[in-house]
Design a binder for this molecule. Structure first.
Ligand SMILES: [Zn+2]
Length: 59
């Protein structure tokens, strides 16, 4: 325990203000991730998949 660790549950969801369960996105440590509750996390993941699908379909 070093006190520097940030837990999602100590934050509120950026979308709806409920208690967060996880940070998203977590793909790049240089990009600050935002805390999301379970519902909004699912939605954020879904949007990411849709965006990636659209990018691939444009090729
Ligand atoms: Zn939320």
């Amino acid at each position: 325990m070093n006190g520097k660790t940030t837990y999602a549950r100590d934050h509120r969801c950026v979308e709806c203000g409920k208690q967060a369960v996880a940070f998203f996105p977590v793909c790049d440590p240089d990009i600050p991730a935002s805390p999301y509750c379970r519902e909004c996390l699912d939605e954020a993941k879904l949007h990411l998949i849709i965006q990636l699908t659209e990018i691939f379909e444009r090729k």
